[in-house]
Design a protein around this ligand. Sequence first.
Ligand code: NDP
Ligand code: ZN
Length: 193
Amino acid sequence: MNLKKMFSSDDIGLLLNALQFAAVKHRNQQRKSEEVISYINHPIEVAVTLWEIGEIRETATLMAALLHDTLEDTDTTEIEIMEQFGEEVLHLVQEVSDDKNLPKQQRKLKQIETAPHKSIAAKQIKLADKTCNVHDIAYSPPCDWSLERRQEYLDWTAKVVAGLRGINLALETHYDVTLSHARAILADLIVQK
Ligand code: NDP
Ligand code: ZN
């Protein structure tokens, strides 16, 4: 493993606190897949993707990756994140969260429109998040989704990711490879139908 920066015990403590916070907040949630997968596996995968593929060593980015779905999908408030993890992490989590008050189609469109204007760290988290979701759409999709819906989802991620490029080539290449594998898997399923 390429350790570009030594992590202090403070950094490790912060990461463990973020992991524990996310685990408690997502404790009753599962991914939408047929196989039972605890929700917390997903933020962990996003953080590991940033670490291993993107070689991201910024503690705030890794913490925000662990927390990235807490505002959107749990009862977590901005004040809680601010008090426990500070302004920088809160700002990142806000940047990668949808406004749940908007109708779904508007939220989807807004992600495409706002992607190019996000901070570098938020772009990195979103790239890793989309990559993990594209992988899940291929290998452990939501059980009630048609092939058409899975394809539409892949197409939508490609539009969001178009606005996230130019900040981490390894993460972008990993997304591209994951997307083409996912498309190949769906194409095979269509042939088998
Ligand atoms: P949702 O936003 O409702 O669901 C996708 C999100 O769920 C992901 O972004 C991911 O977000 C989370 N998630 C949880 N479990 C999984 C999993 N196992 N695999 C992948 N993601 C998971 O999706 P939409 O309703 O927006 O549907 C996606 C596309 O399908 C859209 O482009 C829409 O236009 C289209 N659509 C098609 C329909 C059809 O019948 N043809 C009907 C409705 C929509 P996170 O990382 O935040 O957890
Ligand atoms: Zn996510």
